[in-house]
Structure formats: structure tokens, C-alpha cells
Design a binder for this molecule. Structure first.
Ligand SMILES: Cc1cc2nc3c(=O)[nH]c(=O)nc-3n(C[C@H](O)[C@H](O)[C@H](O)COP(=O)(O)OP(=O)(O)OC[C@H]3O[C@@H](n4cnc5c(N)ncnc54)[C@H](O)[C@@H]3O)c2cc1C
Length: 355
């Protein structure tokens, strides 16, 4: 193989985890390439997402001295969550501090922070990865042409359906859900983000929020019958009087939803996993951007400290693992219908909203 195609680090995926890893990596020390199937100009494939930037993610941006440009934000901004339990017919409002954003513009902005020394390849799908002797050999397709590269180190920032994880760490399974999300034309605006619980349909949750001239309605479901479950939930919303506008788009994807910290996987043998590929997503809210940025930042520290081994990376990840452990406990409590009912009826931390 031509030495031009040999790298120190090959990164797969250009989501928030990889962008922060690459931004923080001491780029002049490593010859690095990063490949993603999405287009950097935002056309084509976009990551299905609620596009809410949670306080932990805002804190991470502050730690990295990054201030979010205004054009990444979308109208309306959100000040509360309206939690609705369909079965018990209980509705409560809670104050929240999310930023409502355009997810593809957010990803694009993070990518713009990566050093020019790193080679970025977009619109390219990685199809196969093999480890041969000391090198990872990666094949990707770009404009219908096949390219082969190799690298000493492989970083999987390739999200919930991570090829890196499947190929080399398939023995550590992680619970997955299917997310279905529809975008409708809408002139409505609301300062609250609605979360919908219905134990008959899903043991996760549904959501409804507004972005510019559009309304997003989505939910996460166990892997079986997800399309039927989505239609049932939508029918219930319509029965309750909710009017959906003209359908603009429908997105379906998988989301990792760890049920135990033992489902986390950080890599090994010269390969490292970051973000959702490693399993870092809150199972209660499906919030994953802060975890993605945190783990990407920690992996950059592994390289910058010249301690490129999985033991050191695991050590740095301990606080994140602990945070996820608490979220997993919270998930078990919040998604037990009787406990949820009791919490909602107790009115703890609720706010009164004038209708
Ligand atoms: C419906 C939904 C709503 C969500 N809403 C929120 C929210 O509001 N707030 C929040 O904080 N989190 C939310 N999340 C979670 C959040 O989106 C993820 O946790 C976060 O994007 C993970 O970042 P990442 O960098 O690890 O992976 P990703 O953002 O998934 O990035 C992975 C990248 O890898 C690329 N890729 C994958 N495979 C290949 C391949 N074979 N070849 C080339 N490229 C490849 C993909 O194109 C993608 O760009 C939501 C998730 C879903 C599914």
C-alpha cells in the first residue's frame, strides 16, 4: 500500500464524539483521517435527533471555551418539560434548561473546529474493517469508487450501529431501541417540550417539540413492532385532540439504551470507542451529546498524555461511567409506572403553567 494511505489514526464517524476528539487531539503529532457518510454541507443523510442541548452539554462547551453561534439555535427556546402519562391521564410541568438547536448545523459547527491538519472525508461509507498484523485496514466507498487505507489505531465514533464495535467487540451486546420521528409543517410554538409515557406502547418514551416552522413527534420503542407502536401512539395523540400538520419527513434509526454499565465497551487492541458507539447515552432521556463530547475529549487526553492504552482510557472514563450508572438507576425508577405516577402526583419540582 502506498505510504500516502497509511495513517497513525483512522476515525470513523464525524458526530460530536469524533469532532471533539479531533478538535482536542494534538493534531501535528498524528497523521489522522476521519471518514463519515454524511455530507459536510448538510445535504443528504442527517442524524435523526431531538436537537436539544442539555445543561451537561452546555457545560462541556463552556469547559472547551466554545460559544454556540446564534445560527445553530432554532425557534422556539424551551423552558419546561410537559410530562404526560397517557394511561393515568396525569400531566405535569417541570422547569428545564435545554437549548433548542438545528442538529445538523450543530454537527457542522463542531466539525469546523477541527484542525486543517486532519484529513476529513465526507459522503464516504466505511464498508469493511480488518485487523492485519499491527494495522487496521479500512475500506470505504466514495462516489462509487473503493478506497483502502490502513492505520495503527482505529477510533469508532460511528454511533449506535457502530461497525467498529460490531466487528471487534460484538461479544459485548448493548440494549437498543428503534426511534421513529416525524416532522410536520406547523405554525404552533410552545416553550415546553412534551414527553409522553404510555406503558402499553413502549417502556421508553415519546416526545413532541417545535423547530422553526415544524413540529417533531417521535418515540423510542423496543426493537419489535416499532412501526405499529408508533402509529398507535400517534392515533392516541390524535384521539386526545392533537392535530398534526402536513408530513414533511419521517426518520427511523436505532439508539443505544444501556440497561447496565456492563454494556459499555471502550475498545481494546489498538481500537477505541467513543460516544454512542461505546454505549454512552442516558437511557432515561436518550440524551447523548454531552456523553459523546465528554468521551471524545477524554480520548484526546489519552493521546495528548502519550498514554495510548485502554487501561488509561478506562481510568479517565470512570466519572462518566458513574454518571451513567446513576442515569440507569433513574431510568429503572422513572419507567416503573406506579413510581412515576407517585412522583407526578407528589408535585415535587413541578411548575404551574397558565393555560
Ligand atoms: C431520535 C433521537 C433523538 C435524540 N435526541 C437527542 C437530544 O435531543 N439531545 C441529545 O443530547 N441527544 C439526543 N440523542 C442522542 C444523540 O443524538 C447521540 O447520543 C449522539 O449523536 C451521539 O454522538 P456520537 O458522535 O457518538 O454519534 P453520532 O452523532 O451518531 O455520529 C456517528 C457518525 O458516524 C457516521 N457513521 C456511522 N457508520 C458509518 C459508516 N459505516 N461509514 C461512515 N460513517 C459512518 C454517521 O454518519 C454519523 O455522522 C437522540 C438520539 C435519537 C436517535
Amino acid at each position: 500500500m502506498n505510504s500516502e494511505n497509511v495513517y497513525d489514526i483512522i476515525v470513523i464517524g464525524m458526530g460530536p464524539a469524533s469532532s471533539i476528539f479531533l478538535k482536542e487531539l494534538n493534531a501535528n503529532r498524528y497523521k489522522t483521517i476521519c471518514i463519515d457518510k454524511k455530507a459536510l454541507n448538510g445535504e443528504g443523510f442527517n442524524k435523526p435527533c431531538g436537537g436539544l442541548l442539555a445543561p451537561d452539554a452546555q457545560k462541556k462547551l463552556a469547559e472547551l471555551n466554545l460559544s454556540l453561534p446564534l445560527d445553530v439555535l432554532v425557534d422556539p427556546q424551551i423552558f419546561s418539560v410537559k410530562a404526560r402519562d397517557i394511561e393515568t391521564n396525569i400531566e405535569r410541568f417541570y422547569q428545564r434548561f435545554y437549548l433548542n438547536m438545528d442538529r445538523s448545523l450543530f454537527d457542522k459547527w463542531l466539525i469546523s473546529k477541527i484542525s486543517n491538519e486532519i484529513k476529513l472525508i465526507d459522503k464516504a461509507v466505511v464498508t469493511t474493517i480488518n485487523k492485519i498484523n499491527d494495522y487496521y485496514e479500512v475500506c470505504y466507498i466514495l462516489d462509487e469508487k473503493e478506497y483502502n487505507i490502513k492505520g495503527r489505531i482505529l477510533v469508532g465514533g460511528d454511533g449506535s450501529k457502530s461497525l467498529v464495535r460490531k466487528k471487534f467487540f460484538g461479544n459485548i451486546p448493548i440494549r437498543q431501541y428503534v426511534c421513529i420521528q416525524e416532522w410536520y409543517q406547523s405554525e404552533k410554538k410552545s416553550s415546553n417540550y412534551m414527553t409522553i409515557f404510555d406503558k402499553e406502547i413502549t417502556n421508553s418514551y415519546g416526545w413532541l417539540n417545535y423547530k422553526g416552522e415544524q413540529e417533531i413527534f417521535g418515540a423510542a420503542f423496543p426493537m419489535s413492532d416499532s412501526k405499529d407502536r408508533f402509529e398507535k401512539l400517534k392515533a392516541k395523540m390524535i384521539d386526545e385532540g392533537h392535530e398534526f400538520g402536513e408530513l414533511n419527513d419521517r426518520e427511523i434509526c436505532q439508539v443505544s439504551c444501556p440497561s447496565s454499565v456492563n454494556e459499555l465497551c471502550y475498545g481494546g487492541n489498538g481500537a477505541f470507542l467513543i460516544g454512542e458507539a461505546a454505549g454512552f447515552v442516558s437511557p432515561s432521556s436518550l440524551e447523548g451529546i454531552s456523553y459523546a463530547m465528554d468521551s471524545g475529549h477524554l480520548l484526546a487526553k489519552v493521546f495528548n498524555d502519550d498514554k495510548v492504552n485502554i487501561k488509561y482510557y478506562s481510568k479517565l472514563l470512570k466519572p462518566l461511567r458513574k454518571k451513567l450508572f446513576i442515569k440507569i438507576l433513574k431510568n429503572k425508577i422513572l419507567y416503573t409506572p406506579i413510581i412515576r405516577k407517585w412522583i407526578m402526583l407528589s408535585n415535587i419540582s413541578t411548575i404551574k403553567v397558565i393555560k
